[in-house]
Ligand binder design. Structure first.
Ligand SMILES: Nc1nc2c([nH]c(=O)n2[C@H]2C[C@H](O)[C@@H](COP(=O)(O)OP(=O)(O)OP(=O)(O)O)O2)c(=O)[nH]1
Length: 252
């Protein structure tokens, strides 16, 4: 079995990169059968290749603060015996796989960047002080009374981190310095609009550099320790982020 690995950073939310990759298909002239799909994290496709060979193509999508990292892996064997097989696998197929994959990843990056322009991106800030994090209670709308991280929609042309700083100033009256990226979760589109899963929220933990938070748009603000995070009535999308928040609090 021969194997090649490829990595690309795609400037698009997790779900957009995943959907565009699926729409593009795979760069092989024969159909592959899906054997694993964990949306939107990874998928695996395989196909018989000639009489005795096999090709397997797997992809993993990882959220980062700069977009979605796409790790693709292709494994193949022609199944031809002896020296002939080795020559076909190494000398004939390997450069073809590499060429096809490079074109495929370029198309994926271009397609996803284009689609990402139509998406409403949301950013959130886990503001940490000592061993506690600031949580905010929404008021009005479908998630009335639910807890969330301060934040909101990124304006057209605005960077995620600029939006994070602006939203914290507007909603809490504080200046913040974003630290590291905590994760990205798909949104249901209930408030921000769009199809379920088209938009995502990206969350960074941040420090307050100036001011004391005062609720300008929320019903209530609370400083919460790691042990009390689970009991809050969170917006459903936020729960998968809690382990990353707890890890930051534990490191303080
Ligand atoms: N701020 C924030 N929004 C969240 C969280 N979790 C979650 O699903 N959302 C959703 C709720 C909304 O659909 C969307 C954010 O929209 P929003 O209405 O708060 O954004 P915004 O402050 O920019 O609002 P607006 O100016 O359009 O009124 O993201 C979270 O932890 N924080």
């Amino acid at each position: 079995m021969f194997r090649l690995r490829f990595t690309a950073l795609v400037e698009a939310p997790l779900t957009v990169a995943f959907d565009v990759a699926r729409a593009l298909g795979r760069p092989w002239p024969f159909p592959l059968e899906e054997v694993v799909s964990v949306r939107p994290e990874h998928d695996v496709f395989t196909a018989p290749f000639g009489a005795r060979g096999r090709v397997a193509h797997s992809r993993r999508f990882t959220p980062t603060g700069a977009g979605t990292r796409v790790d693709e892996q292709v494994e193949w064997e022609s199944g031809l015996p002896g020296a002939v097989g080795a020559v076909v696998d190494r000398v004939v197929l390997r450069p073809r796989v590499a060429r096809a994959m490079r074109a495929h990843l370029d198309a994926l990056a271009a397609g996803a960047a284009l689609r990402a322009r139509e998406v409403v991106q949301v950013v959130g800030a886990a503001l940490v002080e000592g061993d506690r994090v600031l949580v905010a209670q929404r008021t009005g709308g479908p998630y009335d009374g639910c807890w969330e991280f301060p934040g909101g929609k990124v304006d057209p042309g605005e960077s995620d981190l600029a939006a994070l700083v602006r939203e914290c100033a507007e909603e809490l009256g504080v200046a913040v310095a974003p630290q590291s990226f905590l994760g990205e979760v798909p949104l249901d589109g209930v408030v921000a609009g769009g199809a379920p899963g088209a938009s995502t929220m990206r969350v960074w933990w941040a420090r307050i550099t100036d001011g004391r938070p005062v609720a300008q748009e929320h019903a209530e603000l609370r400083w919460v320790g790691a042990a009390d995070l689970d009991a809050l009535d969170w917006i459903p999308a936020d729960r998968p982020l809690l382990p990353a928040v707890r890890a930051v609090l534990a490191a303080r």
